[in-house]
Write a protein that binds this ligand. Structure first.
Ligand code: EPU
Length: 340
């Protein structure tokens, strides 16, 4: 039996805290429930959207269809030897809680991805990344169900087509699959600790840590994120609203001529990635507030909802920011969040 709620509120299911409703809402806790739903007339009649933790979505109005909430849980050991453990994790598990479980168990690899909001199933979707680590480096495979046929498929890491905040699930196969679990391979010893990111080094120093461990790196990341990024429970937001744009090296050099401090990270010999937060700050947006919505005072890449804001206001603000970055720098910003 599948239970479907009608005219359900999505306010607590999106981290922007936008007060919208969906015509239908169905929570999926088992693969069997999903198959039943896929065979139902409701699924065939209505448009649908699959929701994980709602931390990367902006609802600009009520959803006139079926929201399928991925709540499949469980952490299962697939393989283990002295050096590594491979675990299969239900897509509906909270990402940060899973990271905390890994750190406490002494499993290394994802400690730099502490405190990222959202679910485990959303992690491969946009190849989450922070402080020098991307989840694609740990994922062995992703189990998913094809929505049109109900057929199960296991995607190898290669088949996931990972890129910067990208995967096959966001591009070619967008809206075609429901991710049910993610299998990750983590280290049990000789951990490859990544402390190259400047902010991590500084924070570890402040914490008087000379020999970093999984736990202290995780703590450092949590401290950095808490100091810079607003807690969605307190102020609605979806993390970075835009991706960091990549520009040709020549354009970056021109930018540096007029702005010697312009930050940039080489992508390859020809291209440089520029922090969108810097571009937005240069356009004077940091800390600006327009009625109920605004740009976070500590990180210009994060748009916030101060409480009563709606999706249209956030979208409108994002369009204004895009236009001013284009006018000042001739650089196109692309949203990282899904706009519905
Ligand atoms: N900067 C500014 N002003 C700002 C913000 C940033 O000038 O208001 C400049 C600074 O030069 C800073 C640089 O941007 O050194 C980089 O800033 P930060 O280290 O905060 O990282 P980011 O590029 O803004 C990316 C990810 C974050 C991730 C951090 C840390 C994207 C779109 N965002 O942000 O991911 O936590 O790196 O690795 O790639 C997310 O995707 O939701 C997210 C929070």
């Amino acid at each position: 039996m599948i239970k479907v709620e009608e005219n359900a509120s999505l306010k607590s299911y999106n981290t922007f805290g936008i007060d919208v409703n969906t015509k239908y809402l169905c929570r999926i806790t088992t693969e069997k429930q999903l198959i039943n739903l896929l065979q139902s007339p409701l699924f065939k009649q209505e448009k649908h959207y699959i929701l994980g933790g709602g931390s990367n979505v902006l609802f600009t109005g009520d959803f006139d269809g079926l929201v399928i909430k991925d709540e499949i849980k469980g952490i299962e050991t697939v393989r283990e030897d002295d050096n590594h453990i491979t675990v299969k994790v239900g897509a509906g598990e909270n990402w940060h809680q899973f990271v905390m479980h890994a750190v406490a168990s002494g499993w290394g690899g994802i400690e730099n991805l502490s405190l990222i909001p959202g679910t485990v199933g959303a992690a491969p979707m946009q190849n989450i990344g922070a402080y020098g680590v991307e989840v694609k480096n740990l994922i062995e495979n992703v189990d998913a169900v094809e929505l049109s046929t109900g057929v199960f498929k296991t995607f190898s890491n290669e088949q996931c087509g990972f890129g910067y905040r990208e995967s096959v699930f966001k591009k070619e196969l967008a809206k075609k699959y429901f991710i049910s679990s993610v299998t990750l391979r983590l280290s049990k010893k000789n951990h490859l600790l990544n402390t190259t990111y400047g902010a991590i080094q500084e924070t570890l120093k402040e914490m008087n840590v000379t020999q970093p461990t999984l736990q202290t790196i995780s703590n450092a990341v949590i401290n950095i994120r808490k100091s810079k990024l607003p807690d969605p429970i307190v102020i609605g937001n979806a993390g970075s609203f835009f991706k960091n744009p990549t520009v040709p090296l020549k354009q970056y050099e021109e930018l540096q001529n007029s702005n010697p401090t312009a930050p940039g990270y080489p992508v390859d010999n020809q291209n440089v990635k520029i922090p969108a937060g810097w571009l937005i700050e240069q356009c004077g947006w940091k800390g600006k507030r327009i009625n109920n919505v605004g740009v976070h005072p500590k990180q210009a890449l994060v748009l916030v909802n101060y409480g009563e804001g709606n999706g249209a206001e956030i979208l409108n603000l994002s369009e204004k920011i895009k236009a001013s970055v284009m006018e000042k720098f001739q650089i196109q910003l692309t949203p990282e969040v899904n706009i519905l």
